[in-house]
Design a protein around this ligand. Structure first.
Ligand code: MLT
Ligand code: ZN
Length: 467
């Protein structure tokens, strides 16, 4: 437990009201541990402002006494970037959940940072639109957090990550200044792209309070398939991953409406079926499965069937209506909870040029077979269309990073990125200097210093505290 400066405590209570200034450890505890249970720290308190003006007042008050702050949305982050570490105040944005009517003319939706992805998706759907971004944590993940982490998910293949979906933001700086870039202009070259700079900044530059999202029209037809694949043994690398890469490349060429190409491997399939009680998948002995989704204005069934006429495709289950489609998605989407049921996971979210993914996966299996304790689990799955593999390790203690380091070292050796879509947070900050050049890190530190000279916003995330 960390205690708050009594004057600051009174000031914060006056700003947000007693009910939304939580200082008792029993009340603050849920805000102090991340979703995986791996990252936990202590806080001086949790404040839950109602609007942008209150956020600005909270940051101004904290700035006056040098109180560090951790912005937090739905607390679904996976790199420990949204939980306090050592006495920071948690600034919960969840009450900023305003949601405007979609603007069909401009094709945008305005929403408060604390709006969940699912709520924004429902609002868009009611007006005949989609957001073009989706992920399994949709019921809890908030839009502000998704901006802060440049969240990806299952439709990046077609519509890009949060960066591509964002038409504007409103944000508050560490010293309480509010900047609004919410006009949604397609062309607007007046100065630096501050909106773009805040995307993926992990709460270290400013606090996002409102977002403007681009909409895409709801497609007439959407079909989902769970496809079992034979191992691509003639290719280099892990045979299941090589098959998934090969088939995804073919699907991409032949299916312009391809929205998702998600990879499941045998260890994950076996676990998710057992954990979630799912029936045996098509081609139960497959080397890998793809969950693919195609959306179009006309029926893509025949086009998809033709594209699946591939020598590596063993069998497929296809669904074109809501219930059956989500039953197929369950095999992929329930991976995260199934893995957590084994223990506290180490989540290494890495990305590669597609041609290198299978070689990395093969090297990973070899190196972990040598280095990991026998009782540990390695479950890999991910967004194969984006070259993004989620490497999950269960077994090592939460603070034991030896195998994390092995995975990240191997990632860099194979020309990959140590963070595809989850961010750096506190989990990978020790690796920043290996993943970016010295000049690159220096530029980022200059940006940080310009926005937050006293280092009060999310200290210990992205950079070491000392830098
Ligand atoms: C996913 O793709 O399901 C998310 O990134 C969550 C995870 O990696 O567990
Ligand atoms: Zn993911």
């Amino acid at each position: 437990v960390a205690t708050i400066d009594p004057r600051l405590g009174r000031e914060l209570t006056a700003i947000v009201g007693e009910a939304h200034c939580l200082l008792e450890p029993e009340l603050t505890a849920p805000y102090c541990t991340d979703w995986t249970g791996r990252f936990r720290g202590k806080t001086t308190g949790v404040v839950r402002p109602a609007d942008t003006a209150e956020v600005a007042a909270v940051l101004t008050a904290c700035g006056r006494v040098g109180q560090p702050v951790v912005p937090q949305g739905g607390n679904t982050g996976l790199v420990g970037g949204g939980v306090p570490r050592d006495g920071e105040l948690v600034l919960s944005l969840r009450r900023l959940h305003s949601l405007a009517e979609p603007d069909g003319e401009a094709g945008v939706l305005q929403a408060g940072a604390g709006t969940t992805l699912a709520a924004a998706q429902a609002a868009a759907a009611a007006a005949g639109f989609e957001l073009g971004i989706d992920l399994a944590a949709r019921d809890s993940a908030t839009l502000g957090g998704m901006v802060a982490t440049n969240a990806g998910g299952i439709h990046v293949l077609r519509h890009g990550p949060m960066r591509a979906r964002l038409a504007g933001v409103e944000a508050v700086s560490a010293d309480g200044q509010i900047v609004r870039r919410m006009d949604g202009l397609v062309k607007d070259n007046v100065g630096y792209d501050l909106t773009g700079l805040l995307v993926g900044s992990e709460g270290t530059l400013a606090v996002v309070t409102e977002v403007l999202l681009r909409l895409v029209p709801t497609p007439e037809r959407r079909i989902t398939a769970l496809v079992g694949l034979a191992g691509a043994t003639e290719h280099e690398g892990q045979p299941g991953v090589a098959a998934a890469v090969t088939v995804t490349a073919a699907l991409r060429r032949h299916l312009p409406g391809l929205e998702a190409a998600e990879l499941i491997l045998p260890a994950g399939m076996e676990l998710v079926c057992r954990h979630a009680g799912l029936p045996r998948p098509p081609a139960p002995e497959a080397a890998a499965w793809l969950v693919i989704e195609v959306a179009d204005s006309r029926d893509p069934t025949e086009e998809m069937a033709a594209a699946l006429e591939h020598p590596l495709v063993l069998d497929a289950a296809v669904a074109d209506s809501e219930g059956p489609r989500s039953r197929l998605w369950a095999y992929r989407e329930r991976h995260t909870e199934a893995i957590s049921s084994l223990g506290v996971p180490h989540k290494l979210d890495v990305a590669f040029p597609l041609g290198r993914l299978a070689a990395f996966a093969a090297a990973l299996e070899v190196e972990l077979a040598r280095a990991a304790p026998p009782e540990s689990h390695l479950i890999c799955f991910g967004h194969v269309g984006d070259g993004n593999l989620h490497v999950n390790l269960v077994g090592p203690a939460p603070e034991d990073t030896r195998l994390d380091d092995l995975v990240l070292r191997l990632t860099l050796a194979h020309g990959g990125s140590i963070s595809a879509e989850h961010g750096i947070g506190q989990a990978k900050r020790a690796w920043l200097h290996q993943a970016r050049s010295a000049a690159d890190v220096a530029w980022m530190q200059r940006v940080k210093g310009a926005f937050d000279p006293d280092g009060l916003l999310n200290p210990g995330v992205l950079f070491d505290r000392s830098t």
